[in-house]
Design a protein around this ligand. Structure first.
Ligand code: CRA
Length: 829
C-alpha cells in the first residue's frame, strides 16, 4: 500500500463516504440484512438471540473496517510497535463495550427499538469469553482497551482455547466444574484468517551440520502443527484506532505423516491428525501454580512460536536485516508463561537468520520487558529439563548456553559465592532438574516490572533480591489499573451520566484525571441526592438478580457487603465467613430490643476455586452451610443475609460491582501482588474494607486512610508474627466462632475439620486469628459510617473521584513511555 504521497492520501480520504453509515435507519437495514443472510432467519420473525447475532455481525463489520484502516495507516507510518504476549485474556462480553467505544450505542438502541427489541435484553444474550483465570487475565483485557483508546501501535497475542475457564455449578453447596465450550454458537467477534497460518514444530533431534567452514546446529523436528490466526478487534474509545488481539488455534498440518496415508491405516491417520487440535483446546484452570505438564508446555511454545513468526514476518515486510529490530519491536512478557519466546528468538536469529550469538543476544536483550505478577518464590514457574529436552531439544541447548554465559559473567562480578550463584542460575539442580522461567526472563529482559509499589519492594527485598543487587536499574513497577470504559461506562451507565453531568463533560472517559473534579462537589446536597438514587437503582438491579438466582429476597436498604474474586487461602474468604458467623452469633445473643440497633447487611460472596484446591472448595461449602442456617433463622430476618453468587465471571462482576456498598480486599499483607478488583469497586463509589496489601497501599494514599476501613497486620509485621506461631494471642471471639464450625453447628463437622485446623494457633499461616479482632473493628466502623448517610455518600463520591490513578490508561502510558519506548499513532481517516 503506497499511501503517503499527497494524491494517494487524497484518494483515500475521497473514499470516506464508502464507510458504513451509523444513522439508525442504516443500522436497522444492516441488522435486518444480517438476520436474513448471516443468521439465515426470516427478517419477519427472529428472537432475541438471533437479534443479538445479527446485531453483533453488524458491529463486527464496523470493527473490521476500522481494523483495516488502522493497519493500513500503521503500515504506512511503520512506528515502533508493542507486542503484548499473554496466555490469558478475560474479555467477557463484547457487544456493549464495542458499540460504546465505536460511539454508536444510542443509534443501535434506537434501531433495535424500532424493530421491537430492547438493547439491554439483546445484549444479555451474549456469553462471556473467559480465556483466562483471574486478575492477570482481566488485566490484559483492560490494558488492550487502553492501548487502543490511547492510539498506541499495539498487538495482543494469545491462544484461542476451545474451552475457556470452567463453569462453576453448585450442587448441595459443593462446587462442580463444567466445561465451557464457549464457541458452540459461533463467535461473531473473531475473524478467522485462514491465510495467516504458521507451522509450529515439536520434538525431534538436534544435528550438527557443516556451515561456512564451521559447524552449525540444526533442529530436525518430529512433529508439525499448524497455527491459524483468529483476530479479535479491540476498538478504542473516541478514536478510529482499532487494534487486534490475535489468538492462535491449532490445526493439523499437511506436513505430518503423509506417508501413513499410503499404509492403509487411513482412519488412524485421520484420528492422529486431529490430536493436533488438543494443543489449543483447554485453558489450565489454576491461577497461581504451574506444574510441569507437557500439554501446558506445548501450549506455551505453540503460542510463542506462531506469534514470533508473525511478528518477524511483519518486520521483514519493511526491513531486510535485523539491525533495526529493537527500534521497531517491543515484546512484553506477561508473567513467565510466554518466556520460551526468549529461546525461540535466539534460535531464529542464530540458527535460521545466521546471526552470530553475541549480535543475536544483544538484540534479544533490547526487545524484551518482563512483568511479574507473583509474590512468592514457591509460585514461580519451573519446567523440568527432561520435559523441555524432549519437546524442544534445541531450545534446551540454547537456554543452557544463555545460562553458561550468564553464570560465567556473574562469577567475574561476585566471585565464588556458590550459594548465590546457584540461587541465580537459570537451571535449578535438585531431585528434578528444572529451568527457572523467571530467572531466564530477568537475565534477558531490559526491564522487570512489578504490579504495585509494595510488590516492587518485595521483588527487591525478597523474591528477586539477588538479581536486584546485581541489576538495580532493571527493577521498576507500574501499578495496575482497570479501564473506566468497561467498569463505569459499560457497567454503570447511570453513574456514567451522573459523572458527566456534574463534570460538565464526557471527556473523563478518555482523560480520566478529570474525575478528580468530582471532589469539588463532594459536599453538594443535590449531588448526594442524585448519587444515592443511582446507587439505589443499581442495588435494586442486583437484588433482582439475587432473587432470580437463589430465591433469596434481600432488603435493598441493608448494606451490600461484597467479596468477589478467586477463592484462595491468602484472600481469606474464610475470615469473612467467620466474621459473618460472629455477627450472627451476636444477633442471636441480643435482647430483642437491641436488635433494632443492628445495621442490616447482605453479605455477598462469589468466586471459583481451582478444581484441585481442596481447602478452597471447603470454603465454598462452608459459605453455603452458614448461609442456609442464617437465611432461615427467623430471629435474624432481614438483619443478616448471606448469598453465594455462583459462576462468578466478568459479566457477573459488571452487575455486582455497581450495586455494592462495601467491598472486601482482605488478603494477608504481603500476598496480593496488586489486586485489581478493588479498583473497579473504587471507580463505582463503593467503600473499601481492606488490608494494607498490594495496590491498596497506594489507594489509601490517594483517598486518605479516613475514607476507607483498614485493618490487619502490616507487611513488616507478618514475618515477626509468624515467628511467634503458637504464642500468638488470638481473641476469644475467634476461638468461639471456629469452635462453632468445628462442633458442627453448621453441620458437615468432618468436612470442615481441615479448614478449622488450618487456622489453629501455630498453624495459622495466613494470620486469620491474629487479624480477626481488627477485622471486626473495621466492620464496626463501616456499620457506624453507613448509618450516617451523608458521610457515607461523601466517602462514596470521594472514592470515584480518587480512582483516576487506578485507570489502565495511566498504566499503559507509563509502560509506553518508560518501558517500551512507543508513541501514539492515531489513524486520521
Ligand atoms: N492472581 C496477582 O495475584 C494481581 C494480578 C494482576 C495475580 C494479583 O494480585 O492483581 O496477578 N498474579 O497483576 C498472577 O496471576 C501469575 O500470577 C493474579 O491475578
Amino acid at each position: 500500500v503506497g499511501l503517503g504521497s499527497g494524491a494517494k492520501t487524497e484518494r483515500m480520504l475521497g473514499l470516506m463516504d464508502r464507510f458504513l453509515k451509523n444513522d439508525p435507519a442504516s443500522l436497522q437495514k444492516d441488522i435486518l440484512d444480517h438476520v436474513e443472510y448471516t443468521v439465515a432467519r426470516s427478517r419477519f420473525s427472529f428472537d432475541d438471540f438471533e437479534a443479538y447475532q445479527a446485531l453483533a455481525h453488524s458491529v463486527r463489520d464496523r470493527l473490521i473496517e476500522r481494523c483495516h484502516d488502522t493497519q493500513i495507516y500503521l503500515k504506512m507510518k511503520d512506528p515502533k510497535r508493542i507486542y503484548f504476549l499473554s496466555l490469558e485474556y478475560l474479555m467477557g462480553r463484547s457487544l456493549s463495550n464495542s458499540v460504546i467505544n465505536l460511539g454508536v450505542r444510542d443509534q443501535y438502541a434506537e434501531a433495535l427499538s424500532q424493530l421491537g427489541f430492547e438493547f439491554e435484553v439483546v445484549a444479555e444474550q451474549e456469553g462471556d469469553a473467559a480465556l483466562g483465570n483471574g486478575g492477570l487475565a482481566r488485566l490484559s483485557a483492560c490494558q488492550m482497551d487502553s492501548l487502543a483508546t490511547l492510539d498506541y501501535p499495539a498487538w495482543g497475542y494469545g491462544l484461542r482455547y476451545q474451552y475457556g475457564l470452567f463453569r462453576q455449578v453448585i450442587l448441595d453447596g459443593y462446587q462442580h466444574e463444567q466445561p465451557d465450550y464457549w464457541l458452540n454458537f459461533g463467535n461473531p467477534w473473531e475473524i478467522e484468517r485462514i491465510h495467516v497460518t504458521y507451522p509450529v514444530k515439536f520434538y525431534g533431534t538436534v544435528e550438527e551440520v557443516d556451515f561456512n567452514g564451521g559447524k552449525q546446529k540444526v533442529w530436525v523436528p518430529g512433529e508439525t502443527v499448524e497455527a491459524v490466526a483468529y483476530d479479535n478487534p479491540i476498538p478504542g474509545y473516541g478514536t478510529r484506532n482499532t487494534i487486534t488481539l490475535r489468538l492462535w488455534a491449532a490445526k493439523p498440518s499437511d506436513q505430518n505423516n503423509m506417508e501413513s496415508y499410503n499404509t492403509g491405516d487411513y482412519i488412524n491417520a485421520v484420528v492422529d491428525r486431529q490430536r493436533a487440535e488438543t494443543i489449543s483446546s483447554v485453558l489450565y484452570p489454576d491461577d497461581r501454580s504451574y506444574q510441569g505438564k507437557e500439554l501446558r508446555l506445548k501450549q506455551q511454545y505453540f503460542f510463542v512460536s506462531a506469534s514470533l513468526q508473525d511478528i518477524i514476518r511483519r518486520y521483514k515486510d519493511t526491513h531486510n536485516n535485523f539491525d533495526d529490530f529493537p527500534d521497531k519491536v517491543a515484546l512484553q512478557l506477561n508473567d513467565t508463561q510466554p518466556s520460551l519466546v526468549i529461546a525461540e528468538l535466539m534460535r531464529v536469529l542464530v540458527d535460521e537468520e545466521n546471526l552470530v550469538w553475541s549480535k543475536a543476544w544483544d538484540i534479544v536483550c533490547k526487545v524484551f520487558s518482563f512483568t511479574t505478577h507473583t509474590v512468592s518464590r514457591d509460585n514461580l514457574e519451573k519446567v523440568p529439563v527432561d520435559l523441555l529436552g524432549s519437546l524442544l531439544p534445541r531450545h534446551l541447548q540454547i537456554i543452557y548456553d544463555i545460562n553458561f554465559k550468564f553464570i560465567d559473567d556473574l562469577k567475574k562480578k561476585i566471585g565464588t559465592d556458590y550459594d548465590r550463584l546457584s540461587r541465580m542460575s537459570v537451571v535449578e539442580e535438585g531431585a528434578v532438574k528444572s529451568i527457572r522461567m523467571a530467572n531466564l526472563s530477568i537475565v534477558c529482559a531490559h526491564t522487570v516490572n512489578g504490579v504495585s509499589r509494595v510488590h516492587w519492594e518485595l521483588l527487591k527485598t525478597r523474591i528477586f533480591k539477588d538479581f536486584y543487587e546485581l541489576w538495580p536499574h532493571k527493577f521498576h513497577y507500574k501499578t495496575n489499573g482497570v479501564t473506566q470504559r468497561r467498569w463505569i461506562v459499560v457497567s454503570n451507565p447511570n453513574l456514567c451520566s451522573l459523572i458527566s453531568k456534574w463534570l460538565g463533560t464526557e471527556a473523563w472517559i478518555r482523560e480520566v484525571d478529570l474525575l478528580a473534579g468530582l471532589r469539588e462537589h463532594a459536599a453538594d446536597a443535590e449531588l448526594y441526592r442524585e448519587w444515592k438514587t443511582v446507587r439505589m437503582v443499581n442495588k435494586m438491579r442486583l437484588a433482582e438478580y439475587i432473587e432470580a438466582m437463589s430465591g433469596i429476597k434481600v432488603n435493598v436498604n441493608a448494606m451490600f457487603d461484597v467479596q468477589i474474586k478467586r477463592i484462595h487461602e491468602y484472600k481469606r474468604q474464610f475470615l469473612n465467613i467467620l466474621g459473618i458467623i460472629h455477627r450472627y452469633d451476636c444477633i442471636k445473643n441480643m435482647e430483642k430490643n437491641d436488635r433494632r440497633k443492628v445495621v442490616p447487611r447482605v453479605c455477598i460472596i462469589g468466586g471459583k476455586a481451582a478444581p484441585g484446591y481442596e481447602i478452597a472448595k471447603k470454603v465454598i461449602k462452608l459459605c453455603h452451610a452458614v448461609a442456609s442456617k442464617i437465611n432461615n433463622d427467623p430471629d435474624v430476618g432481614d438483619l443478616l443475609k448471606l448469598v453465594f453468587i455462583p459462576d462468578y465471571n466478568v459479566s457477573v462482576a459488571e452487575l455486582v460491582i455497581p450495586g455494592a456498598d462495601l467491598s472486601q480486599h482482605i488478603s494477608t499483607a504481603g500476598h496480593e501482588a496488586s489486586g485489581t478488583g478493588i479498583m473497579k469497586f473504587l471507580m463505582n463509589g463503593c467503600l473499601l474494607l481492606a488490608t494494607a496489601d498490594g495496590s491498596t497501599v497506594e489507594i489509601m494514599e490517594e483517598l486518605g486512610a479516613e475514607n476507607m476501613f483498614l485493618f490487619g497486620a502490616k507487611l513488616h509485621e507478618v514475618p515477626v508474627l509468624r515467628e511467634k506461631g503458637q504464642n500468638l494471642k488470638v481473641p476469644l471471639q475467634f476461638a468461639r466462632v471456629v469452635r462453632m464450625v468445628r462442633d458442627g453447628y453448621f453441620g458437615f463437622q468432618e468436612h470442615f475439620k481441615s479448614l478449622c485446623d488450618s487456622v489453629e494457633s501455630g498453624n495459622d499461616f495466613y494470620l486469620v486469628g491474629y487479624d480477626f479482632e481488627s477485622y471486626l473493628e473495621a466492620q464496626a466502623a463501616a456499620d457506624k459510617a453507613f448509618v450516617d448517610e451523608e458521610k457515607w455518600c461523601r466517602m462514596s463520591i470521594l472514592s470515584t473521584a480518587g480512582s483516576a490513578r487506578f485507570s489502565s490508561d495511566r498504566t499503559m502510558e507509563e509502560y509506553a513511555e518508560k518501558t517500551w519506548g512507543i508513541k501514539p499513532c492515531r489513524c486520521p481517516f
